[in-house]
Design a protein around this ligand. Sequence first.
Ligand SMILES: [Zn+2]
Length: 359
Amino acid sequence: MAQEKQSADSVESPGFYEIAWNLYHSYENFKEKSLTNRRFKHSDIVRLIEQLKNKKNFKVDKVGNSVEGRDIYLISMGSGKTKVFLWSQMHGDEPTATAALFDMFNFFSDDNAFPDLKKLILTNLSIYIIPMVNPDGAEEFQRRNIVEIDLNRDVLRQQTPEAKILKEVFDSLKADFGFNLHDQGREYSAGNSFNPASISFLAPAPDYEKIADKITEKTAKKLKEQKGLSLAGTGGRMMDDIQMMAMSFNYYHEVNLEQARELIVYSINKYLSDINNSQEIRPYLHEYPFSSKNVEIMIFVYGPDRLELPPEKIYCITSRKGIIRYYTRSDRDHPICKETYDEALSEITFSQGLGVVRK
Ligand SMILES: [Zn+2]
């Protein structure tokens, strides 16, 4: 299965990254404050679902009852052609995704924030959600339902009302995408950090992803020390082997075109040298040596105060498939300059002490 991490793969314009960044930093505004305790119960979410009934973006339907008679709800939003179905907490002691779904509802019921993004999502997708498939298990904070059946194993056998409800909704929707949302134990970390993974997609990471993460981290550390680039995200395209590795940075200093070029070429070179000098990763590289076409770098530029620079200044530098682009905020979709890595390299003078090495 393809491992698409947060990568520069499917986007040409930096707009997507900017949205992701802004979303990440405004998350506190949407966070459902009443679901902080992991042992919240069915009654806690019913109260929130009642409120959703009055909001314009949502449709709320009761789709059945648990063994102990608790109502199970299907919440839908959007009118797009592509159907997405998400359900959470089949295991009663795995509440993270349920809480996250209510954060998402808050996001979609806020009329002011991200109006264009919401419109884009709700006109392209029809989203269906069952939060807390196993309310009786949640009541006891136990994995199984009240008659000790694991719902995740019961979808085929259909012994429980909860699994039947899920199957019926699943079959009637014929969704294009389904997300079976579970928690993982806290021993699983997110990438190479100490942050535990809160939600995982069931695609186990092969070892080479860990090796790739390690190299990316090493390069990022050097780039922080040498150039003041702060790592914002990492990614890659890894399907059977490593085809592409990616990282994005924030940079808190205004740059002109020449400085922007130096910064991105320097970063690409450092990344390539760390990748190509690693014996450990070599067997997994789609091609060796990796070239500028195999790495993607995105640098967001802010003022020293971390605020946006004026619209005519460079705010984003990207390198993707060997092409470097420089964007200002005045036209986020069209770069002010676009050149190949080799062209950029030939513009740079070595006297500037960049450590650029030609092959
Ligand atoms: Zn689970």
